[in-house]
Design a protein around this ligand. Sequence first.
Ligand code: BES
Ligand code: ZN
Ligand code: ZN
Length: 484
Amino acid sequence: MKLQFCKEPLDQVAQRCLVVLATRDGKTFGGGVAGELLAPFVASGEFGRDFGVILYLVKPQGLAVERLLVLNLGKSADSDDDLRKGAARAWKELRKRGYDEALYSCEGLEQPGQIRAIVEGFQLGAYQMTQFKSDKEKLKPELTRLHLHGADAHAAQIERWVAVAEGTCRARDLCLLPPNELNPISFAEKAVAWGAEFGFETKILDKAAIAAERMNAILAVAQGSVLEPRLCLLDYQPDTPSVKTIVLVGKAVTFDSGGLNLKLAALPEMKGDMGGGAAVLGIMSVLRAIRYPHRVVGLIPAVENMLSGSATRPSDIVTSRAGITIEINNTDAEGRLILVDALAYAAAYQPDYVVDFATLTGACMVALGPKIYGVMGNHQPLVDAIVKAGWEVHEPFWQLPLFDGYKELLDSDLADISNLPSTRYGGAITAGLFLERWARDYKWAHCDIAAAITEHEDEYAPANGAGAGVRMMVEVLDRVESLA
Ligand code: BES
Ligand code: ZN
Ligand code: ZN
């Protein structure tokens, strides 16, 4: 989606269609003079009462646009997210009518957050994956251009938000790709290609290199697959000397069958088990565009968790990179295994902060439901920043406690730790506690985004691939200097 800013008075903007968002009682969000055309339709009841009702005017009086589309937001639009949803729905209405561009006037919109929500609504709502549809004639039009009127004062910020939302859409693409297309090898190839395109260095460790680094937990997860594992090392360096270093770690299990502890249900969703890696790649892909001033390193272990004669057996014991031994009592608790070797590797960068992203536990969805993600960590200001930024951009995160008293649930008779807690209750927390054992040398937070790959389609996110984490984390990165 390209942005185009227009400066002339709204009644002289000669685009095809102006979009206005308004509540059922006629309160508009931007739209300048166009709002006046709405009043008689509110008075007559034709504007309806519910979210989604459309008023579509041909050659609206006093305007130079050919059409005006007003979308009813319903009773009220108290939160910016109502505007995001409204803009997404309005775009879908235009798309049905064959449009490939839209005009929105921000005249009268005071708060930058509202402008952000509307622009994101268009952009995120327009997302679609069409790669595998062969009848291209039948495809719905893409949103090629968004004309923004009356937003010049915020142009630089808006361009930044658009770049971040592009990162979200790229993460979505990865989540939706089928596992025969996106496997550990092709994931690493994409990382390299993105590095060249979006301005970060990449180094890929193959199986031999992973073995040489003593990352036996990664190897253990990968060994049941015919495909070798990869560890993607991504390095963004700012143009100016960097003060801080942030390491992002992402779980990329390109397909999680469960291994010998084979999953019984919901297998197709497990193509998205690389959602953490997708978030990290998505974040890395926007740093150059927003001229981010600190070093950011991405570490993404990519594996396929399969079952075969060479697969890890429940009860196998491996020595992780950090020297901590793990009894693998359940091969379906594989995400934590690949993460801990990467977390151990992260220490070498002497990071100021480490944040990991992972579709780690079904238990996190049991605890927080399908729309809220979990966050845990050993540094409260970092966790606080994630929660605050997440709610602001409407990628809601909620903290779960790394309760000391649950550590013993991970005790193993034979090894230092078991990857399977002795109770199924509190599974998101015990997974966090497992990771914590490897994350003691730096300030760290863990984001469990499992819900992002199982959720149904909504106004501005496709099913199974919300692209969660990118918008939240870029906000946190922006505030890193004010973090303790
Ligand atoms: N990838 C899954 C977690 C998951 C489940 C993500 C559903 C998204 C939707 C993870 O590897 C897993 O299987 N975790 C187990 C851990 C258990 C065996 C300790 C789980 O959550 O049941
Ligand atoms: Zn699993
Ligand atoms: Zn998994």
